[in-house]
Ligand binder design. Structure first.
Ligand SMILES: Cc1cc2nc3c(=O)[nH]c(=O)nc-3n(C[C@H](O)[C@H](O)[C@H](O)COP(=O)(O)O)c2cc1C
Length: 321
C-alpha cells in the first residue's frame, strides 16, 4: 500500500472530529499480570455472530501480550471515569495499582462502574498499517444506564440526549419572540421556578432572598473583607446586599471585625440548615431530569458564569483555612 504525504497533525485533527466513546481493553499476560490500555478505536462488527473490533498501535508495549491473548475485555467508560482513561493511556505504568477488579472469562481483569463491558475471545487479527486490528467474539456482556464518556476533538466530552422538541418552540405562535430559544428567558424562568421551591425554606427561617444570598456567600469563604463582599454582590444585589448584610449583623448571624465579615456560630448553623434543605430540593429536580444531565447542566452553567463573570472564578480560587 502506498503512503501519502498527509500532514499528520491535520490528519489526526480530522479523525478527531469523529466523536467516539472511550474504552479500556484489559487482559492478562502469560505470568498472570493484568494489563490494559485506553482505546477509542473500538467498534461493533457483527450481531450474529457477535463480533467487535479495536486497533492497537504496533508501538504499544502491550502488543506482544494482546497478540498471544486468548481473551480480553472491553470496558465502555462512564462519564465519571476520565481519570481512569488518563491512567490507562500511560505507557506501561502499573495501571491497576489500588484498583478493585473482578475476574472475567479467562481470568481477564474486569473494571467496575463502567457503562458497558464486553468479554471477548480473540477471533481474528489483521495487519492495519501501523496498527494491528483485533476482532473478538463477545462471549458475555453487561451494561448500565450510566451516561458514557465521550471523546471529541482530542478532549473528553459529555453525551446528552437531545430533547424531542429541541429547535421547535414550545408555543409555535411565539416563534421569533423572546421564547424558549432565548437564553435569557430559559435562565430567568428556570431561576424563578427553581427558586420558588427554595423560598418556603427561607420563609420558615424568616430570611429575605438577599439575606440568604449573603449568608450562603459567606459559607463559601467563612470570612470576607468588605471589598470581597462588594465584589461578590456587584451586579447581583448591590445596595440591597448591603442592607441584607446589616440586617444579618443585627440578627447576630454575621459579625464584623476590622472590615472583615464572618459567620457567627448561629449564622453557620442557619446557613447549613438552609443549604442542606436547598440541596434536597436540587436532588428532587435533578432526579427528575436525570443526574447525569444535571451534572452536564451545572458544568455548562459554570462555563457561562466564567464567560460572563471571569473575575468571580479568580475570587473563589482562594481556599478557606
Ligand atoms: C482517548 C484515547 C484513545 C486512545 N485510543 C487508542 C487506540 O485506539 N489504539 C491504541 O493503540 N492506542 C490508543 N490510545 C493510546 C494508548 O492508550 C496509549 O498509547 C497507551 O500508553 C498504550 O499503553 P501501552 O504502551 O502500555 O500498551 C488512546 C489514548 C486515549 C487517551
Amino acid at each position: 500500500m502506498e503512503s501519502t504525504n498527509f500532514d499528520t497533525t491535520a490528519f489526526r485533527q480530522a479523525l478527531g472530529s469523529f466523536a467516539t466513546g472511550v474504552t479500556i481493553i484489559t487482559t492478562r499476560d502469560s505470568k498472570g499480570e493484568p494489563l490494559g490500555l485506553t482505546v477509542n478505536s473500538f467498534n461493533s462488527v457483527s450481531l450474529d455472530p457477535p463480533l467487535v473490533l479495536w486497533s492497537l498501535a504496533k508501538s504499544a508495549l502491550s502488543l506482544p501480550v494482546f497478540r498471544e491473548a486468548e481473551h480480553w475485555a472491553v470496558h465502555v467508560l462512564s462519564s465519571g471515569q476520565s481519570e481512569l482513561s488518563t491512567r490507562f493511556a500511560m505507557r506501561g505504568e502499573d495501571k491497576f495499582a489500588g484498583l478493585d477488579v473482578d475476574a472475567g472469562v479467562g481470568e481477564v481483569p474486569l473494571l467496575k462502574d463502567c457503562t458497558a463491558r464486553f468479554q471477548c475471545k480473540t477471533a481474528f487479527q489483521y495487519d492495519g498499517g501501523d496498527h494491528v486490528i483485533f476482532v473478538g467474539e463477545v462471549v458475555s456482556f453487561d451494561r448500565s444506564d450510566v451516561a458514557p464518556l465521550v471523546f471529541h476533538g482530542g478532549k473528553y466530552a459529555h453525551a446528552t440526549p437531545r430533547t424531542e422538541r429541541e429547535g421547535k418552540p414550545r408555543r409555535p405562535y411565539l416563534g421569533g419572540s423572546f421564547n424558549d430559544d432565548f437564553l435569557g428567558y430559559l435562565l430567568g424562568r428556570s431561576h424563578f421556578k427553581f427558586y420558588g421551591r427554595i423560598k418556603p425554606l427561607l420563609k420558615a427561617e424568616e430570611l429575605s432572598d438577599e439575606e440568604f444570598y449573603v449568608l450562603s456567600t459567606l459559607t463559601l469563604k467563612h470570612e470576607m473583607s468588605a471589598e470581597d463582599m462588594d465584589k461578590a454582590m456587584r451586579d447581583v444585589l448591590d445596595e440591597a446586599g448591603h442592607e441584607a448584610l446589616d440586617s444579618l449583623c443585627k440578627r447576630g448571624y454575621v459579625s464584623q471585625k476590622d472590615e472583615v465579615f464572618h459567620l457567627t456560630d448561629e449564622g453557620s448553623r442557619t446557613a447549613i440548615r438552609l443549604i442542606t434543605s436547598a440541596k434536597a430540593v436540587e436532588s428532587t429536580v435533578t432526579e427528575r431530569m436525570g443526574y447525569e444531565e444535571g451534572a452536564v447542566l451545572k458544568s455548562l452553567l459554570n462555563k457561562l458564569l466564567d464567560t460572563l463573570d471571569p473575575e468571580a472564578a479568580e475570587m473563589w480560587e482562594y481556599e478557606p483555612n
